[in-house]
Write a protein that binds this ligand. Structure first.
Ligand code: UDP
Length: 312
């Protein structure tokens, strides 16, 4: 049995991780300050005696009693709407929070896994994106708070690895979706599904020709466990390489929900990446990992989840 600390454990991906490690028979400590996480995501875990929750902002000193085998640093606002509203917290959790979590890993001799992002590639000039691409990020644009925080977090992680010998892992997560995303987090999946279920127009930003590639959360979590258990310390892309335009995605959601909603066009947000698709050759080779859940199946699960919450 391992003792695992998950920062951001009450968030979307974090809560799925808590659940998965408990299912593996591990002990899980979840830290979250609930600014974008939600206690409802972990409420069902409270009766489990192997689960505990510490309400805390990880940008402050983190105290955890006893040994730790692994720390997964998943705390951060992760939706463009959230990090535009919380720019300073986003920068702080990526920088100060990563520093605190790494310090704890060093102290405990724990393995450290950083949740990084496809946003380190910014508006990419290489397509699909491979791990050796350095990215095209606007440091002073509104999205820069997230992109640069995560780029700094990667740099800090590598520095702790090189200087202090901490066993580190870095995952660059591409668009991931599934149950427990926040209905109002502003991302395309909850927005389109909620709009379709309510019979409202789907708000496509720009002309909808920008592309994204969507990975179902359980596929991601499987990859994260494999990466944590591997001995590879460089960044690894994780996502589903199936790419589609935002406009195509809107049509899929309308078809899957059987909605009578129509599509309306809104301005494209500043620095919205034109394309995004992971090259996952490295994860395939290193970890024997690739996504298994089809977009249709994953969206059905997600639509079901939101269907119980939109109140229509
Ligand atoms: N988007 C959209 N309508 C919405 C929300 C998002 O067209 O109601 C677009 C957004 O401009 C972007 C893509 O969908 O091109 C994915 O946006 P999301 O916020 O999910 O995450 P991102 O991939 O940009 O980090």
């Amino acid at each position: 049995m391992a003792r695992i600390l998950i920062t951001g454990g009450a968030g979307f991906i974090g809560s799925h991780l808590c659940e998965r490690f408990l299912a593996e028979g591990d002990e899980v400590i979840c830290i979250d300050n609930l600014i974008t996480g939600n206690a409802d995501n972990i409420a069902h875990l409270f009766p489990n005696r192997h689960f505990s929750y510490i309400p805390q902002d990880v940008t402050n000193y983190i105290y955890v009693k006893g040994p730790l085998d692994a720390i997964l640093h998943f705390a951060s606002p992760a939706s463009p709407i959230d990090y535009l509203e919380l720019p300073i917290q986003t920068l702080k959790v990526g920088s100060l929070g990563t520093h605190k979590a790494l310090g704890l890993a060093k102290e405990k001799g724990a393995r450290f896994l950083l949740a990084s992002t496809s946003e380190v590639y910014g508006d990419p000039l290489i397509h699909p994106q491979k791990e050796d691409y350095w990215g095209n990020v606007n440091p002073i644009g509104p999205r820069g708070v997230y992109d640069e925080a995560k780029r700094f977090a990667e740099a800090m992680t590598m520095a702790y690895h090189r200087t202090h010998g901490v066993a580190t892992r870095i995952v660059r997560i591409f668009n991931t979706y599934g149950p427990r995303m926040r209905l109002n987090d502003g991302r395309v999946v909850p927005n389109f599904i909620a709009q379709a279920l309510r019979g409202e127009d789907l708000t496509v930003y720009g002309d909808g020709s920008q592309t994204r590639s969507f990975c179902y959360v359980t596929d991601l979590v499987e990859g994260l466990l494999r990466l944590l258990r591997s001995d590879y310390d460089g960044p690894v892309n994780m996502g589903n390489p199936q790419e589609l335009s935002v406009l195509e995605f809107a049509h899929r959601i309308i078809a899957l929900t059987g909605s009578r909603s129509r599509i309306t066009f809104r301005p494209l947000p500043v620095d919205d990446p034109r394309v995004r698709q992971p090259d996952i050759a490295l994860a395939r080779r290193l970890l024997g990992w690739e996504p298994r859940v089809s977009l249709e199946d994953g969206l059905q699960e997600t639509i079901h989840y939101f269907g119980e919450r939109v109140g229509v």
